[in-house]
Ligand binder design. Structure first.
Ligand code: FUB
Length: 322
C-alpha cells in the first residue's frame, strides 16, 4: 500500500494508461470551512490537478498542476466532484461532475491536446446529463460508454426515466434499488449518443437488487474495467462504505453481483479505479487516515489487486476494522 500525494488532499481517483505512462485524475479536497451534512456540501472542491508516474509503487508521482477550475467553466455553480478522462484520436476529454447555478448536478466535458491538460470546458453541460461520478469505458472500435450516478447529495433520486421528478423519491424496502446509468457517447465525445439506461445489478437468482440491500446495492462511484472477456462494473455502496463489483458480458449489462473489493476505509466515502499497468493490477482509492478522519479531507492510496483462478477479485482490507 502507498499514499500517493502525501502533501495534499486528493480523492476519487480515475486512472488510465496513455502511451505507456499512468495518469491519475483525482478530485482535489481542501479545507473550505463548509459544515458537514448528508447533502455533501462539505465536498466543496474548486479545481483539478493531474498526476502521472511510470512506477506505481515506488516511482515519483509528478504533479502536472491545476488543469481546470470552477471559475473556468461558464455554467458553474459550485462543487467539482469526481471526474474521468478518455482519449480519442489525439484529444483528451475530461468529464466532470459539477453543480450549475441552481445547485443541480450535471456532467460537463473539457478538452485538451495532452493527458496533462490544461482542459478547456465546453460552454454547457452534456445535454440530458444529471447526477454525478462519470466514468468512461473505451471499448475499442470507437465505442465509448459513460457510466454515472450517485444517491443522496449526488441527486440520482431526483430522476426517473431520465426526467426530473417533482419531488425526489429514494426507494425503500422491497422496491428495486436505484441503478447507475450508462449511455454511449457521440462520435465527437461531447454528448450522449442515446438515452441513458439503467445499469441493472442482479443477485445470484437473477433478481435485481432491492433498495433495502444496502450492503450490495449501487450508491455512487462507478468504475468499469475488462478482465478476460468480462465487463467488471464496480461501485461504492455509500452508507455501508464498501466497494463491490458485478460482472457481465457486454457494456450495458445486466451485471451479476460478485462480491466486495474493499471493506470500509476510515472516512465516509469510498471511491476507486482499477487498472492494469506493466503486468500488475492495481486498486487506486482514498481514505481519511492522514487527516485524522476528516470526511472532506481524503488522501489517495494504491495497492495491488488480485484475481483468483475463476476471475473473482480477492477482497482487500480497507483498514476501518470490518
Ligand atoms: O468527492 C465527492 C463525492 O464523494 C464523489 O463524487 C463521490 O463518489 C464521493 O467520493
Amino acid at each position: 500500500m502507498r499514499y500517493l500525494v502525501p502533501a495534499d488532499y486528493m480523492a476519487d481517483p480515475a486512472v488510465h494508461v496513455f502511451d505507456g505512462r499512468l495518469y491519475i485524475y483525482p478530485s482535489h479536497d481542501w479545507e473550505s470551512g463548509v459544515a458537514e451534512n448528508d447533502n455533501g456540501d462539505h465536498f466543496n472542491m474548486k479545481d483539478y490537478h493531474v498526476f502521472s508516474t511510470n512506477d506505481v509503487m515506488n516511482g515519483e508521482i509528478v504533479d502536472h498542476g491545476r488543469v481546470l477550475a470552477v471559475e473556468d467553466i461558464p455554467w458553474a455553480g459550485r462543487q467539482l466532484w469526481d471526474s474521468d478522462v478518455a482519449r480519442k484520436g489525439d484529444k483528451y476529454y475530461l468529464y466532470f461532475s459539477l453543480k450549475d447555478k441552481n445547485d443541480v448536478f450535471h456532467i460537463g466535458v473539457a478538452v485538451s491536446n495532452s493527458p496533462t491538460g490544461p482542459f478547456y470546458p465546453e460552454p454547457d453541460p452534456i445535454r440530458g446529463s444529471y447526477s454525478i461520478d462519470p466514468c468512461v469505458l473505451d471499448d475499442g472500435g470507437g465505442r465509448y460508454y459513460m457510466y454515472f450516478g450517485g444517491l443522496w447529495g449526488g441527486q440520482l433520486q431526483r430522476y426517473r426515466d431520465n426526467k426530473a421528478l417533482e419531488s425526489a423519491h429514494l426507494p425503500e424496502g422491497d422496491e428495486p434499488a436505484l441503478h447507475a446509468r450508462v449511455a454511449r457517447l457521440s462520435g465527437d465525445m461531447l454528448q450522449f449518443a442515446e438515452e441513458p439506461t439503467p445499469v441493472v445489478i442482479l443477485d445470484a437468482d437473477g433478481q435485481p437488487l432491492k433498495a433495502a440491500d444496502n450492503e450490495r446495492r449501487f450508491f455512487e462511484a462507478s468504475w468499469m474495467h475488462k478482465y478476460g472477456d468480462k465487463y467488471y462494473f464496480s461501485y461504492s455502496t455509500g452508507d455501508t462504505h464498501r466497494l463491490c463489483y458485478a460482472t457481465g458480458d457486454n457494456p450495458y449489462g445486466p451485471f451479476t453481483y460478485q462480491g466486495v473489493i474493499l471493506t470500509p476505509v476510515v472516512g465516509w466515502t469510498t471511491h476507486h479505479a482499477i487498472v492494469e499497468y506493466r503486468g500488475k493490477w492495481y486498486l487506486f482509492h482514498h481514505d481519511c487516515v492522514p487527516s485524522g478522519g476528516l470526511t472532506w479531507l481524503r488522501s489517495l492510496k494504491v495497492c495491488e489487486l488480485e484475481y483468483d483462478a475463476d476471475g473473482h477479485i480477492i477482497t482487500i482490507d480497507g483498514g476501518a476494522g470490518e
